[in-house]
Design a protein around this ligand. Structure first.
Ligand code: TRP
Length: 350
């Protein structure tokens, strides 16, 4: 049997994991554990590039760590850790920085967007503080991935430029100092984009307010209430559809209906969702039925996770101790890579 592929991915720390985070990334991470050797990271160091509150960051990182375990990331099979608990990787970041071109970094779309350069002027010129961490962000991301000599990285489309940069850095290291890093491939797996139930023209997001998102560990009643009041007809057809196409399967219902069907499908009820979509186009779909079915599916899926989360919090009386214990596994892996990198780069082993 060929060795299992090493999969690596990272997620920003947030105190509340939404079903948008879950269906958009974490559900896929959970599935990948069956076929691959997975390493997953809560990227607290990446969350430091803008202004933030220190206590809140530590709290969010802990919460995200627990949320990943509750959502089904299994520490028996998978390495899961908080980025700042593995200093080896931060050291690798420096080494990789020396192999990264400043021009490449300043051309990254995310950097240009966040620094204001896309609008033509560096935001700092108009008084906003722009940290060099924003420029360095993709080097740290490359260090995350390469420290574990990862083969595949499941990420959204918005990260493909960063992944391309990681491959370039790996290639430059390998050709100048001898082979060490596989060039990490982007793993394009189907993930689900969930929209706000209160405004299905926008992506589900906590920043829009509590009506606009459903937490993965939210109480049943609250989930039911949000689905019951979900906007269904907003008058605009869902984007990506082809209204004038003959084939009924390509037609799209309103964004609110599509969003409910999407959630139902993501909960593992694709056949039900297909039937309901067909009913929509023949004018026989009762929205209460769709909402009822979707709410039930969500409640069934999430209640197990809510229980698991409560269980973890009850059992882990020393959560930070547990976090540090689990970091040991990641540190050993990254440490091995770092020792090889030091050797090849001509610096000392402390
Ligand atoms: N930049 C990623 C994001 O914003 C998060 C991330 C950090 C990441 N390090 C990573 C993703 C390494 C994949 C691999 O979503």
């Amino acid at each position: 049997m060929p060795p299992r592929k090493r999969v690596y991915s990272g997620i920003q720390p947030t105190a509340v994991m939404t079903i948008g985070n879950y269906f958009g990334a974490v559900q896929n991470w959970v599935r990948l554990q069956d076929e691959c050797d997975c390493v997953y990271c809560v990227v607290d160091l990446h969350a430091m590039t803008g202004s933030y509150d220190a206590e809140e960051l530590r709290h969010s990182s802990r919460e995200m760590f627990v949320s990943l375990l509750a959502a089904g990331i299994d520490p028996e099979r998978t390495t899961v850790y908080i980025q700042s608990t593995v200093p080896e990787q931060t050291e690798l970041c420096w080494m990789l920085a020396t192999l990264t071109s400043l021009g490449d970094l300043s051309r990254m779309t995310q950097f240009k967007e966040k620094s204001g350069l896309l609008k033509g002027e560096l935001a700092e010129d108009s008084g906003t503080f722009i940290s060099a961490g924003l420029l360095f962000y993709p080097v740290l991301q490359a260090a995350d991935i390469l420290a574990y000599r990862s083969d595949c990285v499941p990420v959204g489309q918005d990260q493909s430029q960063h992944l391309e940069l990681s491959r370039g850095i790996a290639r430059r290291f390998n050709s100048r100092f001898g082979y060490l890093f596989p060039e990490p491939e982007t793993l394009h797996t189907p993930v689900t984009k969930v929209l706000s139930t209160a405004d299905p023209t926008r992506k589900m997001s906590k920043s829009l307010g509590p009506r606009h998102y459903i937490g993965l560990f939210e109480e049943e009643d609250s989930i039911r209430r949000k689905i019951r009041s979900a906007v269904t007809d907003s008058g605009v057809p869902a984007t990506g559809g082809a209204a004038d196409e003959e084939d009924a399967d390509d037609r799209r219902a309103s964004p609110g209906i599509e969003n409910l069907l999407t959630m139902l499908t993501a909960c593992g009820h694709a056949a039900d969702a297909e039937q309901m979509r067909a009913n929509y186009f023949t004018g026989t779909l009762r929205y209460v039925d769709l909402k009822g079915r979707t709410a039930e599916a969500l409640v069934t899926l999430t209640s197990e996770m809510r229980e698991r989360r409560a269980d973890i919090l009850r059992r882990e009386t020393d959560l930070d101790g547990r976090i540090m214990e689990m970091a040991g596994q990641a540190r050993a892996m990254a440490g091995e890579t770092l020792a090889l990198a030091r050797e090849k780069l001509g610096v000392f082993q402390p």
